[in-house]
Write a protein of this length. Structure first.
Length: 210
Protein backbone atom coordinates (compact mmCIF):
# COMPACT_ATOMS: atom_id res chain seq x y z
CA UNK A 1 0.00 0.00 0.00
CA UNK A 2 1.38 3.42 -0.98
CA UNK A 3 2.26 5.89 1.75
CA UNK A 4 0.16 8.94 2.57
CA UNK A 5 1.51 12.24 1.21
CA UNK A 6 1.23 15.41 3.29
CA UNK A 7 2.20 18.74 1.70
CA UNK A 8 2.89 21.74 3.94
CA UNK A 9 2.47 24.96 1.96
CA UNK A 10 2.28 28.69 2.58
CA UNK A 11 3.15 31.69 0.43
CA UNK A 12 4.53 33.80 3.25
CA UNK A 13 7.91 32.92 4.75
CA UNK A 14 8.16 32.46 8.50
CA UNK A 15 4.70 30.95 8.90
CA UNK A 16 6.11 27.77 10.44
CA UNK A 17 6.07 25.29 7.55
CA UNK A 18 9.28 23.51 8.54
CA UNK A 19 8.38 23.50 12.24
CA UNK A 20 5.06 21.88 11.43
CA UNK A 21 6.59 19.36 9.01
CA UNK A 22 9.25 18.09 11.40
CA UNK A 23 6.96 17.90 14.41
CA UNK A 24 4.33 15.94 12.51
CA UNK A 25 7.10 13.64 11.29
CA UNK A 26 8.47 13.06 14.80
CA UNK A 27 4.98 12.48 16.20
CA UNK A 28 4.31 9.85 13.53
CA UNK A 29 7.63 8.13 14.20
CA UNK A 30 6.77 8.07 17.89
CA UNK A 31 3.63 6.14 16.92
CA UNK A 32 5.65 3.54 15.07
CA UNK A 33 5.13 4.86 11.57
CA UNK A 34 7.84 5.20 8.93
CA UNK A 35 8.32 8.69 7.51
CA UNK A 36 10.21 10.42 4.71
CA UNK A 37 10.76 14.16 4.49
CA UNK A 38 11.01 15.79 1.06
CA UNK A 39 12.50 19.29 0.97
CA UNK A 40 11.62 21.35 -2.11
CA UNK A 41 12.56 24.71 -0.54
CA UNK A 42 15.95 26.00 -1.83
CA UNK A 43 16.49 27.67 1.55
CA UNK A 44 17.11 24.16 2.92
CA UNK A 45 15.89 24.60 6.50
CA UNK A 46 14.50 21.08 6.56
CA UNK A 47 17.84 19.69 5.41
CA UNK A 48 19.67 21.58 8.15
CA UNK A 49 17.26 20.14 10.72
CA UNK A 50 17.91 16.64 9.34
CA UNK A 51 21.70 17.03 9.54
CA UNK A 52 21.49 18.44 13.07
CA UNK A 53 19.36 15.43 13.97
CA UNK A 54 21.88 12.95 12.57
CA UNK A 55 24.71 14.67 14.40
CA UNK A 56 22.79 14.62 17.66
CA UNK A 57 21.25 11.14 17.51
CA UNK A 58 23.67 9.23 15.30
CA UNK A 59 20.87 8.31 12.94
CA UNK A 60 17.81 10.30 11.99
CA UNK A 61 15.19 7.56 12.16
CA UNK A 62 13.54 8.74 8.97
CA UNK A 63 14.23 9.13 5.26
CA UNK A 64 15.20 12.48 3.73
CA UNK A 65 15.32 13.69 0.15
CA UNK A 66 15.45 16.95 -1.77
CA UNK A 67 13.85 17.86 -5.05
CA UNK A 68 13.25 20.70 -7.45
CA UNK A 69 9.64 21.72 -7.70
CA UNK A 70 9.14 19.78 -10.91
CA UNK A 71 10.91 16.68 -9.58
CA UNK A 72 8.38 16.24 -6.79
CA UNK A 73 6.21 13.66 -8.54
CA UNK A 74 9.20 11.43 -9.29
CA UNK A 75 10.54 11.60 -5.73
CA UNK A 76 7.13 11.06 -4.17
CA UNK A 77 6.51 8.02 -6.35
CA UNK A 78 9.73 6.46 -5.01
CA UNK A 79 9.34 7.45 -1.39
CA UNK A 80 5.74 6.44 -0.82
CA UNK A 81 6.66 2.88 -1.78
CA UNK A 82 9.14 2.84 1.10
CA UNK A 83 7.35 4.57 3.96
CA UNK A 84 3.95 5.10 5.57
CA UNK A 85 4.07 8.91 5.24
CA UNK A 86 5.84 11.37 2.94
CA UNK A 87 5.86 14.97 4.22
CA UNK A 88 6.74 17.69 1.69
CA UNK A 89 8.09 21.08 2.78
CA UNK A 90 7.60 23.69 0.05
CA UNK A 91 9.11 27.10 -0.80
CA UNK A 92 7.42 30.29 0.49
CA UNK A 93 5.89 31.26 -2.83
CA UNK A 94 2.84 30.55 -4.93
CA UNK A 95 3.26 29.88 -8.62
CA UNK A 96 3.05 26.97 -11.02
CA UNK A 97 6.10 25.37 -9.35
CA UNK A 98 4.00 24.62 -6.28
CA UNK A 99 1.35 22.70 -8.16
CA UNK A 100 3.13 19.31 -8.32
CA UNK A 101 3.47 19.23 -4.51
CA UNK A 102 -0.22 20.06 -4.15
CA UNK A 103 -1.24 17.58 -6.82
CA UNK A 104 0.61 14.70 -5.14
CA UNK A 105 -0.84 15.43 -1.68
CA UNK A 106 -3.43 13.33 0.08
CA UNK A 107 -3.53 16.09 2.69
CA UNK A 108 -2.50 19.75 2.32
CA UNK A 109 -1.69 21.63 5.52
CA UNK A 110 -1.45 25.43 5.41
CA UNK A 111 0.05 27.05 8.53
CA UNK A 112 -0.93 30.63 9.26
CA UNK A 113 1.02 32.80 11.65
CA UNK A 114 -1.12 34.79 14.03
CA UNK A 115 -1.37 37.88 11.85
CA UNK A 116 -3.70 39.19 9.17
CA UNK A 117 -0.72 39.58 6.81
CA UNK A 118 -0.12 35.81 6.99
CA UNK A 119 -3.80 35.28 6.43
CA UNK A 120 -3.87 37.41 3.29
CA UNK A 121 -0.88 35.51 1.90
CA UNK A 122 -2.78 32.24 2.24
CA UNK A 123 -5.33 33.00 -0.46
CA UNK A 124 -2.93 32.16 -3.30
CA UNK A 125 -2.16 28.72 -1.86
CA UNK A 126 -5.83 27.97 -1.32
CA UNK A 127 -6.65 29.02 -4.88
CA UNK A 128 -3.98 26.72 -6.35
CA UNK A 129 -5.17 23.87 -4.16
CA UNK A 130 -8.74 24.42 -5.30
CA UNK A 131 -7.63 24.19 -8.94
CA UNK A 132 -6.12 20.80 -8.09
CA UNK A 133 -9.42 19.69 -6.57
CA UNK A 134 -8.06 19.76 -3.00
CA UNK A 135 -9.44 21.37 0.15
CA UNK A 136 -6.55 22.20 2.50
CA UNK A 137 -6.52 22.13 6.27
CA UNK A 138 -5.62 25.54 7.73
CA UNK A 139 -3.61 25.45 10.96
CA UNK A 140 -3.14 28.51 13.15
CA UNK A 141 0.44 28.83 14.40
CA UNK A 142 2.15 31.03 16.99
CA UNK A 143 -1.25 31.83 18.49
CA UNK A 144 -1.42 34.22 21.43
CA UNK A 145 -4.63 33.07 23.06
CA UNK A 146 -7.05 35.62 24.39
CA UNK A 147 -5.80 38.56 22.32
CA UNK A 148 -7.91 40.68 19.99
CA UNK A 149 -5.62 39.78 17.08
CA UNK A 150 -6.16 36.08 17.70
CA UNK A 151 -9.92 36.60 17.57
CA UNK A 152 -9.66 38.66 14.37
CA UNK A 153 -7.46 36.07 12.63
CA UNK A 154 -9.77 33.21 13.62
CA UNK A 155 -12.82 35.05 12.32
CA UNK A 156 -11.18 35.90 9.01
CA UNK A 157 -9.64 32.41 8.59
CA UNK A 158 -13.05 30.79 8.97
CA UNK A 159 -14.13 32.57 5.78
CA UNK A 160 -11.32 31.18 3.62
CA UNK A 161 -11.71 28.36 1.09
CA UNK A 162 -10.23 25.78 3.39
CA UNK A 163 -11.12 23.86 6.50
CA UNK A 164 -9.68 25.42 9.64
CA UNK A 165 -8.32 22.92 12.16
CA UNK A 166 -9.67 23.13 15.67
CA UNK A 167 -6.24 22.27 17.05
CA UNK A 168 -3.57 24.99 16.88
CA UNK A 169 -0.02 25.77 17.98
CA UNK A 170 0.61 28.59 20.42
CA UNK A 171 3.61 30.89 20.56
CA UNK A 172 6.19 28.77 22.42
CA UNK A 173 10.00 28.94 22.46
CA UNK A 174 10.10 25.12 22.62
CA UNK A 175 9.28 24.89 18.91
CA UNK A 176 12.22 27.08 17.86
CA UNK A 177 14.64 25.53 20.36
CA UNK A 178 13.98 21.93 19.36
CA UNK A 179 14.09 22.77 15.65
CA UNK A 180 17.67 23.98 16.04
CA UNK A 181 18.55 20.78 17.90
CA UNK A 182 17.23 18.46 15.21
CA UNK A 183 14.39 17.30 17.44
CA UNK A 184 10.63 17.52 17.74
CA UNK A 185 9.02 18.95 20.85
CA UNK A 186 7.82 15.52 21.99
CA UNK A 187 11.40 14.22 22.00
CA UNK A 188 12.72 17.02 24.16
CA UNK A 189 10.04 16.48 26.81
CA UNK A 190 6.93 14.41 26.24
CA UNK A 191 4.60 15.90 28.82
CA UNK A 192 4.69 19.54 27.81
CA UNK A 193 2.03 21.87 26.40
CA UNK A 194 3.90 22.02 23.08
CA UNK A 195 3.95 18.23 22.75
CA UNK A 196 0.26 18.09 23.67
CA UNK A 197 -0.56 20.62 20.93
CA UNK A 198 1.24 18.55 18.29
CA UNK A 199 -0.52 15.43 19.52
CA UNK A 200 -3.92 17.11 19.30
CA UNK A 201 -3.17 18.42 15.81
CA UNK A 202 -2.02 15.02 14.57
CA UNK A 203 -5.16 13.40 15.98
CA UNK A 204 -7.30 15.90 14.07
CA UNK A 205 -5.38 15.78 10.79
CA UNK A 206 -4.93 12.00 10.83
CA UNK A 207 -7.50 10.51 13.22
CA UNK A 208 -6.17 6.97 12.77
CA UNK A 209 -2.78 8.10 14.11
CA UNK A 210 -4.02 10.13 17.08
Amino acid sequence: MAGTVITVAQQKGGAGKTTLAVNLAVALIDRGRSVALLDTDPQGSLGRWFMARRERLGQAGLEFSTSSAWGVSYEVEKLKKLVDFVIIDTPPKVDSDLRPALREADLIVVPIGASLVDLWATEGVLDLARREGKRPKIVLNRVRKGTRLDAEVRTAAAELEGEMATAFLTHRTAFAETLGQGLGVAEAARKTPAAAEIGALLAELLPAEG
